[in-house]
Design a protein around this ligand. Structure first.
Ligand SMILES: Nc1ncnc2c1ncn2[C@@H]1O[C@H](COP(=O)(O)OP(=O)(O)O)[C@@H](O)[C@H]1O
Ligand SMILES: [Mg+2]
Length: 506
C-alpha cells in the first residue's frame, strides 16, 4: 500500500487511490476541520490556563476541541489523597503529594518486597514449613498442592512416621474438597546470626511459586509503608486530564461520602476516609473540566463558579440521612480549566456571574457551521472521511469519487444553513452518512466505499420527514394521507397534537 501523506490541497487527494493513503494528523487539534478561531483560542487556553466557552450548533466539533485542548495541557503534577485522622476519623486528613514523592514512594514499595527466591534456594526447613518441599520424598511443588505430585502423600510433616492418622485425615479432606487445604504455613520467622555476631530476624513468606525473603531493613520499610497506607488516593497522579461533567447529580459533580450502615464503627465499619469519593471538579484538577450544555446544569452552575473562584471544594456526604453526612474533607484542590459548551438558544440560561467569570479569565467563541469551499477545505474533507473510517473500525476506505460525493452533500447541507459556496461543518451528521455508506459497502462485500454507496446512504439517512416530503410532495400532504379521523381521536396525543393543529389551521 502507498505511503500515507498529509493532504493540504485537492490535488494531493486527487492522486490517491483511496482515503487509506491520507495521513491523519497526530495532534488532535489538527483533526478538527474549520473552526480556526476556536482552535487558536483553545491553544491559548491550554498554554495560559484560560477558560473557554464554545457556542454553536451540535455536531460541529465543540467536544472534540475540548478534548484536544486537554491533550495540549502539561501532565498533572499532583496526587490527591485522604488519610485516617486517628483523633477525629470524620475529618480525614487531606494530602496533596507532588510527582517526586509519588515516584519515591513507588520505588520504596519495590524495595520493600524483599528478595524473591526459588524454593530450592531457600533453607530446606523453611521450604518444608511453607509447604514447597515434600518431607516424604524431597520433591518441590507448589504450596497450593496439598498432596505431593511426586509421591502422592500429604506434604504435612508426619512426626510419628508414615502411619500418622492426621496425614490421612488431611488427605481425605483434600480429596473431598480439592484446593481447600494448603500444605504448610503462609509465613515463617527465623533468626540469623550475622558475621558481626548480631542477631537478625529474617522472614520468609509464600509468594506464588517463589519464596519471599525479608530482612530487617525490608521489614522496616514495609511497616513504614503500611502505616502510611491508611490513606485513599482520590485523584491519581497518572490520569487523563479531561473530565466531563454531565450534571446528572451533585454527587457526580462535587463528590460524596458513602453511607456506612455501621457509621464507620472502628471494628465493623468502613473508616470514613475510605468512603470519600471525589467529584468531577476534583478529578479535573490540573486538567480540563468539560461541561456540555452548561445551561442544563441549572442551579449547579453556582457550584462550578465557587469551585473556580476558590480552586478548591470540600467533599462531604450529600445525603443528610446518610452516615456520610458527618464526614467532611475541606480544601480539596480543583484547579481546572473550564471548557463549557452550549447552543445559541441556551446562552441566556447561563448563570451570568459564571459567564462573566469564564470570559473574565478566558474567551468565548461562536463556532462556525460551515467553511469556505476551497481546494484546501475539500482536501480536509478527505482527511475527515479518513478519520471517521479509522475511528469506526468496521468499514473500508473510501474512493476519491466517494469523497467527492460527500463534498457534494456537504455543499448542499451548508446551503440549508444559508451558507452558499461553503461546506458544512455539522460533521457529526456527515459522519453518520459515511458510516451508512460503509455499511452498504460491507453488505455488498465491496472492498472500498464508492460514490454509489454514498448515494445509497443519502437515501437511507433521510429523516422520516424528508422521506415523507419526497414521497408525497409535501409534509402536510403526507400527513393528510395517513391520519384517518378515527385514528385522530384514539391517538393518545390527540389533544396535544392534531386537535391543536385543527384549531390552528381550520
Ligand atoms: N469540526 C470537526 N472536525 C472534524 N470532525 C468533526 C468536527 N465536528 C464534528 N466532528 C465529528 O463529529 C463528532 C461529534 O462532534 P462533537 O465534537 O461531539 O460535536 P459537538 O460537541 O459540537 O456537538 C466528532 O467526534 C467528530 O467525529
Ligand atoms: Mg458535544
Amino acid at each position: 500500500m502507498a505511503e500515507k501523506r498529509a493532504v493540504e490541497t485537492w490535488d494531493d487527494v486527487a492522486g490517491m487511490e483511496n482515503t487509506g493513503e491520507v495521513l491523519i494528523p497526530a495532534d488532535p487539534l489538527d483533526r478538527v476541520l474549520g473552526q480556526e478561531e476556536a482552535i487558536t483560542l483553545a491553544k491559548i487556553a491550554a498554554r495560559q490556563r484560560r477558560n473557554l466557552l464554545l457556542v454553536g450548533p451540535p455536531g460541529t466539533g465543540k467536544s472534540m476541541i475540548a478534548r484536544a485542548l486537554s491533550l495540549n495541557l502539561p501532565k498533572p503534577r499532583q496526587e490527591v489523597r485522604v488519610s485516617q485522622n486517628p483523633e477525629n476519623p470524620e475529618r480525614p486528613f487531606l494530602e496533596v503529594i507532588d510527582e517526586k514523592q509519588v515516584n519515591s514512594e513507588a520505588r520504596a514499595m519495590k524495595e520493600s518486597v524483599g528478595k524473591l527466591l526459588e524454593p530450592d534456594h531457600a533453607p530446606k526447613n523453611v521450604a518444608q514449613r511453607l509447604g514447597y518441599l515434600c518431607p516424604n520424598c524431597g520433591a518441590y511443588s507448589s504450596p497450593d498442592e496439598f498432596t505431593c505430585p511426586q509421591c502422592g502423600k500429604a506434604k504435612i510433616e508426619q512426626k510419628t512416621g508414615g502411619s500418622s492418622p492426621f496425614g490421612d485425615i488431611f488427605g481425605m479432606l483434600e480429596a473431598a474438597m480439592p484446593g481447600t487445604m494448603n500444605a504448610g504455613k503462609e509465613r515463617v520467622n527465623t533468626t540469623r546470626i550475622n558475621s558481626d555476631g548480631t542477631e537478625e530476624t529474617v522472614v520468609f513468606e509464600r509468594a506464588g511459586d517463589s519464596i519471599r525473603m525479608l530482612d530487617t531493613k525490608a521489614l522496616e520499610k514495609r511497616n513504614k509503608l503500611q502505616s502510611k497506607s491508611l490513606s485513599k488516593t482520590l485523584v491519581k497522579l497518572d490520569r487523563v486530564p479531561f473530565v466531563m461533567a454531565t450534571g446528572a447529580s451533585e454527587t457526580e459533580l462535587l463528590g460524596d461520602v458513602r453511607h456506612d450502615p455501621y457509621g464507620g464503627h472502628a471494628k465493623i465499619g468502613v473508616p470514613a476516609y475510605q468512603r470519600v469519593i471525589p467529584g468531577a471538579v476534583h478529578e479535573a484538577h490540573e486538567g480540563v473540566l468539560f461541561v456540555d450544555e452548561i445551561s442544563h446544569l441549572g442551579e449547579m452552575q453556582r457550584y462550578i463558579l465557587t469551585a473556580m473562584q476558590d480552586r478548591k471544594f470540600p467533599i462531604t456526604g450529600r445525603n443528610p440521612q446518610s452516615s456520610g453526612a458527618s464526614v467532611r474533607v475541606d480544601d480539596v484542590p480543583c484547579d481546572f480549566v473550564l471548557v463549557a459548551a452550549c447552543n445559541m438558544q441556551d446562552l441566556p440560561n447561563i448563570l451570568s456571574p459564571l459567564r462573566s467569570r469564564i470570559v473574565g479569565d478566558g474567551y468565548e467563541v461562536l463556532v462556525d457551521v460551515a467553511m469556505k469551499d476551497t481546494s484546501h477545505n475539500r482536501a480536509k474533507y478527505a482527511q475527515f472521511v479518513a478519520q471517521e473510517i479509522a475511528m469506526d473500525g468496521h468499514i473500508p476506505d473510501a474512493t476519491v469519487a466517494a469523497v467527492e460525493e460527500i463534498i457534494k452533500e456537504g455543499r448542499r447541507r451548508a446551503k440549508l444553513d444559508n451558507q452558499s459556496g461553503c461546506l458544512t461543518l455539522r460533521l457529526r451528521e456527515l459522519g453518520g452518512l459515511i458510516r451508512a455508506a460503509g455499511d452498504i459497502a460491507v453488505m455488498e462485500g465491496a472492498e472500498l466505499i464508492d460514490a454509489g454507496h454514498v448515494i445509497g446512504a443519502k437515501k437511507r439517512s433521510m429523516t422520516v420527514e424528508e422521506q415523507i416530503r419526497e414521497r408525497y410532495g409535501s409534509f402536510q400532504k403526507g400527513m393528510a394521507s395517513d391520519v384517518s379521523s378515527s385514528q385522530k381521536e384514539t391517538s393518545p396525543y390527540y389533544l396535544q397534537n392534531e386537535h391543536i393543529d385543527d384549531q390552528m389551521f381550520n
